[in-house]
Design a protein around this ligand. Structure first.
Ligand code: TXE
Length: 479
């Protein structure tokens, strides 16, 4: 299966004729090739986007909205094909791709197709000065969207949809590890009547294709989700060109579990927040802190539940945990398990690469729970991004708050308690962009999404995203 760049509404081989192997994580086999698009391909994508911009930015909101909602409907209509492609490319269970990834990609287009029709700017009556100010929200022009491999189409469209809704033209790059659904999206955009050049999709390595996008002097904004190191690199390149930046980076999210919580609910959700998508979600709660009085009970119950999770081939509907995304990533996660052992972490369950019969070369790992006795250890401080969580007890609210905040990341946190005052105290003081109380990853697309500290800058979602993808211009009229 050969994937091509999607430029100006058509599919092209890369100019350099350089290709990268595309692996199926479930079997470890190469099943396709993707372009390693060079500067020249990115330039072509930019030219197409720039040429489409005058017309797209002047397209009525009703028409833009109609096209985006049509894309959303076509994604829904092709759910099975997209879910199968996502699962094969990424290793995630088909059930997850079908119930979460593709429906959410569809929602992203529908949501921003609707949101743009409600997006309003401000006006200020300058009383006493006989003047009125109003603020226009204009699209930026050509923008770059770069996304990762963990939630491929979900995060790709989370950027593209608001960028297009706001009237920008886009040069986008999905992760080279999971290019498949982004490639299929090109056809859907044509079918929905998105004019040629409005969305251009280039494929390739971060160091080649991604680098060409971030270095392009006329791509004026970059929305990026990925590793913290890559985010820092992008910021360094973009800053001297004064590009607008939205960076959604890693997380090392704490779960704060108090004895007064709804225990059953908490237990079930904590298994999910630990291992959903093989633990490869920036929001996963990878540091679990449990109040001492229920620690032993929690430990026994949690391990019993984790042991029941079925590691299997992603296409089987009974599979809970599929394959990790790539062999280098699996090796990285295994390395962290080794480090934990060296630092006296106690492996309570899992810890090994495992084999799924018939797919001996697939990248499977047992869900792993490690008991630690300090928050200072490596696995509590660095993002592992796999099916590995740590657990440890705490005695007081102050102690757990301090541990939760003692980390370089600041994306999300979950608090489990029925004490309202404690909820408010902790929510105020947790150093994260998102706090969930008695739940996890419950999303309303209108809310601001993103983190602080090393988890990035800027917020996605709702009007925050539309603000990011527009430039405010204030007009002051004296009358
Ligand atoms: O991400 P990269 P990687 C974390 C997670 C993971 C680690 C590394 O801990 O183990 O990051 O993963 C593109 N210019 N997250 O190496 O490299 C790249 O091609 C422009 C958390 O896979 O950051 C891909 O499209 N682009 C995260 C995208 O950046 C560049 C999700 C992300 O890849 C580039 C994924 C460059 N110089 C990983 N170099 C989350 N926040 O959800 C790479 N890219």
């Amino acid at each position: 299966m050969k994937i091509q760049n999607f430029i100006n509404g058509q599919f092209y081989d890369p100019i350099s004729n350089e290709w990268i192997d595309n692996y199926c994580p479930a079997s470890g086999e190469v099943y396709g090739k993707i372009p390693n698009a060079s500067k020249a391909d990115v330039e072509n994508a930019y030219i197409a986007a720039q040429s489409a911009f005058p017309s797209w930015s002047q397209t009525t909101l009703e028409e833009r909205s109609r096209i985006l909602i049509k894309i959303s409907e076509l994604l829904e209509a092709n759910l099975q094909q997209f879910a199968e492609a996502e699962s094969k490319d990424n290793g995630k269970p088909i059930s997850l791709a079908k119930s979460v990834d593709i429906p959410r990609a569809s929602s992203n287009f529908r949501f921003f197709g609707n949101a743009i029709t409600q997006f309003a700017s401000e006006s200020h009556d300058s009383i006493g000065q006989q003047a009125i100010n109003y603020t226009l929200r204009r699209p930026i022009g050509v923008v770059g969207c770069i996304s990762p491999w963990n939630l491929p189409l979900y995060l790709f469209t989370w950027k593209i949809a608001p960028a297009l809704a706001a009237g920008n033209c886009v040069v986008a790059k999905p992760s080279e590890v999971t290019p498949m659904t982004a490639c299929l999206l090109g056809n859907i955009c044509n079918e929905a009547g998105l004019p040629a050049g409005v969305l251009n999709i280039v494929h390739g390595l971060g160091s080649t294709t991604g680098q060409a996008i971030i270095e392009h002097p006329d791509i004026k904004a970059i929305s990026f989700t990925g590793g913290t190191k890559t985010g820092a690199h992008i910021a360094k390149i973009a800053a001297p060109m004064f590009k607008k930046l939205s960076l959604e980076l890693g997380g090392k999210n704490p779960n704060l579990i108090f004895a007064d919580c709804d225990y059953k609910d908490m237990l079930k959700t904590t298994v999910r927040s630990s291992f959903a998508n093989q633990g490869q979600i920036c929001l996963c709660g990878s540091r679990i802190f449990v109040e001492s009085s229920i620690y032993d009970t929690f430990k026994a119950d949690f391990i019993a539940q984790v042991k029941q999770l079925k590691v299997g081939h992603p296409s089987e509907t009974s599979t809970d945990i599929g394959a990790l995304v790539s062999e280098p990533h699996l090796d990285k996660v295994l390395q962290y398990i080794n480090t934990a052992k060296q630092e006296h972490g106690k492996i309570l369950c899992g810890g090994h690469r495992t084999i799924v019969k018939g797919y001996e070369n697939g990248y499977y790992l047992e869900p792993t729970v490690i008991e630690v006795d300090t928050n200072d250890c490596t696995i509590n401080q660095e993002e592992i991004f796999g099916p590995v969580v740590s657990i440890m007890p705490f005695n007081t609210e102050d102690e757990v708050l301090q541990m939760a905040n003692m980390v370089k990341y600041g994306l999300s946190a979950s608090i489990w308690t029925n004490d309202l005052k404690r909820t408010i105290r902790l929510s105020n003081q947790l150093q994260t962009g998102i706090v969930w109380v008695n739940t996890w990853m419950m999303r309303d697309l209108r809310t601001p999404f993103g983190g602080i500290k090393a988890s990035g800058i800027g917020r996605e979602g709702g009007f925050e995203a539309l603000r990011f993808f527009t430039e405010p211009k204030n007009v002051c009229i004296k009358y």
